[in-house]
Design a protein. Structure first.
Length: 270
């Protein structure tokens, strides 16, 4: 099979969560995987092409910008379409915490999802496994990404009850965490007035667009501080703040400590 693979050594003890393998599958008409009673869970994002996943004896087609999750212990079978074979990014996971995370976020029994704007998170997997990080650091970063992916999928599934306009506004904010989005920009997304957008967002999500955007920025900043070695100034710019002093004061006011202190207390880098 045509793949780039990054295998990881088994943990020395019974780790609650362990990334066994991460990689990229490139187009290959002969690609076929079958794991009876699999000892690993699998999460995969299709970046291009098509394929098939067997679930409870039924074949389900999967396409570009779709995600599938196959739990540990399941009979896993999936393969590429011969005419338009898929390209995909994946992780194989072991340990009881994976199943517990899936259950905690309300995704038990849900196996196939739309992409929900998560492509960038899966692309970060490829950056990590091609980097010169230590295996321990890669493991920490990938575990963090897995948790964020599961969390974001849970939110996306819950959002099916929201209006198309509200979701369009929220998705735009999610895709632009690296800068500040104005009320005027949001109004152009749904061809409504800024006041309408403000009230719609508050009514459906219980938070203003500004407060939501700020929360997402801080969540991303916390993730970068915990799982990367990016300088605090780089983290600030990654979430849309060129002024490090302003970012540090904002982080202090909203999170109760400065970014450097948060990293010291929560960082998982080695």
């Amino acid at each position: 099979m045509n793949e780039f693979l990054k295998p990881f050594l088994p943990p020395e003890d019974n780790a609650p969560l362990h990334i066994c393998l991460a990689g990229v599958t490139y187009p290959d008409p002969s690609y076929y995987t079958h794991r009876p009673a699999s000892d690993v869970a699998v999460i995969e994002y299709i970046t291009d092409g098509e394929g098939y996943v067997e679930i409870n004896g039924q074949l389900r087609p999967v396409y570009k910008d779709m995600i599938y999750f196959l739990p540990q212990g399941a009979d896993q079978r999936y393969f590429a379409d011969q005419e338009n074979p898929f390209t995909k990014i994946f992780m194989n996971i072991s340990g009881p915490l994976c199943e517990q995370l899936v259950a905690a976020f309300g995704l038990t029994g849900k196996l196939i999802f739309g992409g929900h704007g998560l492509k960038s998170l899966f692309e970060e997997i490829t950056v990590i496994i091609h980097s010169d990080m230590s295996e321990v650091e890669m493991q920490c970063r990938l575990q963090g990404l897995l948790t964020e992916i599961i969390s974001r999928l849970s939110v996306a599934v819950a959002e099916t009850r929201y209006s198309d306009e509200a979701l369009a506004l929220k998705n735009f904010l999610d895709m632009n965490i690296d800068r500040s989005v104005s009320a005027a920009e949001l109004s152009k997304i749904v061809f409504r007035s800024p006041d309408y957008c403000q009230k719609l967002f508050l009514r459906e999500f219980g938070i203003t667009p500004y407060a939501y955007q700020l929360d997402r920025k801080l969540q991303k900043a916390k993730f970068l501080l915990s799982y990367t070695k990016m300088a605090v100034g780089e983290v600030a710019r990654a979430v849309g703040y060129d002024d490090l002093h302003y970012f540090s004061n904002l982080f202090l006011s909203k999170c109760g400590c400065r970014p450097t202190v948060f990293r010291k207390n929560n960082g998982n880098t080695r």
